[in-house]
Design a binder for this molecule. Structure first.
Ligand code: SAM
Length: 264
């Protein structure tokens, strides 16, 4: 079937099943697993997943893809395709549909909403174990960056507060149809929400700290309305210098800073 690729929906498809199977071999999940896919596209990865795993639930927003995905669904009774915008899906309802059992996400994500999708599952899920997601290489590098490195920023801090992240494979842009401008990578995200008990306002706080990366942390916080004197006292309590820049703080620093500032 020919398809009119929609750039606005991040449609860069992968048709090479050998390549997809080699990734799934590497991921090496138990065949008993339940897998959620976001963005089925023409269903090439969907088919590889459905032929390997006990249960696959796949989301797709583009109704033009109903015919190929319906054909696929008829072939695989363990596959459910849901034509919905993933950002409008209630994750707790989805998990109820999965009997609240542990599940995995494997997806070649639509790049225009990579972070919103990942953050949504990070916050709302209760039974998601791991994600293996294809993202733009530079986004993956930012997710997995360590303190003080050039890629370290708000998304590195947020993700590593609630999970641990690793780039497991770099994927050349030539693998995709149509070919995007940049290379991609697969990121493995292990959820560990027990690490800290922060809520969504933590995300806003971290973005505020990084709003001007070259400025000092204290200047960013003052610009966001925090009281200078009080903030300086807290930095001192945490053994952080007045000249500290946001990229010098590790996850534990951000959590402590957030907790103390939001208590006052
Ligand atoms: N899995 C396919 C593959 O690897 O060839 C397609 C991947 S393509 C990068 C991303 C897919 O996500 C597209 O099919 C696109 O239509 C779909 N998509 C975009 N926005 C979406 C949304 N908000 N909810 C669900 N699917 C979406």
């Amino acid at each position: 079937m020919s398809h009119n690729y929609k750039k606005s929906l991040g449609q860069n498809f992968i048709y090479d099943t050998n390549f997809l199977n080699s990734i799934l071999d590497e991921i090496n999940l138990n065949s008993d697993s339940t897998v959620v896919e976001i963005g089925a596209g023409m269903g090439t990865l969907t088919q590889c997943l459905a032929s390997r795993f006990k249960r696959v639930v796949s989301f797709e927003i583009d109704k033009d893809l109903v015919p190929p995905l319906t054909t696929l669904k008829q072939k695989y009774p363990n596959l459910e395709v849901i034509f919905k915008d993933i950002l409008k899906v209630n994750i707790l309802d989805l998990e109820k549909n999965l009997d609240n059992k542990p599940y995995f996400i494997i997806a070649n994500l639509p790049y225009y909403i990579t972070s919103p999708i990942i953050f949504k599952f990070l916050f709302d899920s209760t039974s998601l174990k791991q994600m293996f997601v294809m993202v733009q290489k530079e986004v993956g590098d930012r997710f997995c960056a360590s303190v003080s490195s050039k890629d370290y920023g708000a998304s590195s801090v947020i993700l590593n507060t609630f999970a641990s992240c690793k780039v497991v494979r770099v994927v050349k842009k030539q693998v995709f149809t149509p070919m995007p401008k940049v290379d991609s990578c697969i990121v493995k995200i292990d959820l560990d929400k027990s690490k800290f008990g922060c809520d969504k306002s933590y995300v806003d706080f971290v973005y505020k700290c990084f709003q001007m990366k070259r400025k000092t942390l204290i200047n960013n916080l003052i610009k966001s309305g925090f009281d200078k004197q009080k903030t300086l006292e807290i930095l001192d309590k945490l053994n952080l210098k007045q000249t500290t820049r946001p990229e010098e703080l590790n996850v534990e620093h951000f959590v402590s800073l957030y907790q103390i500032l939001h208590k006052n």
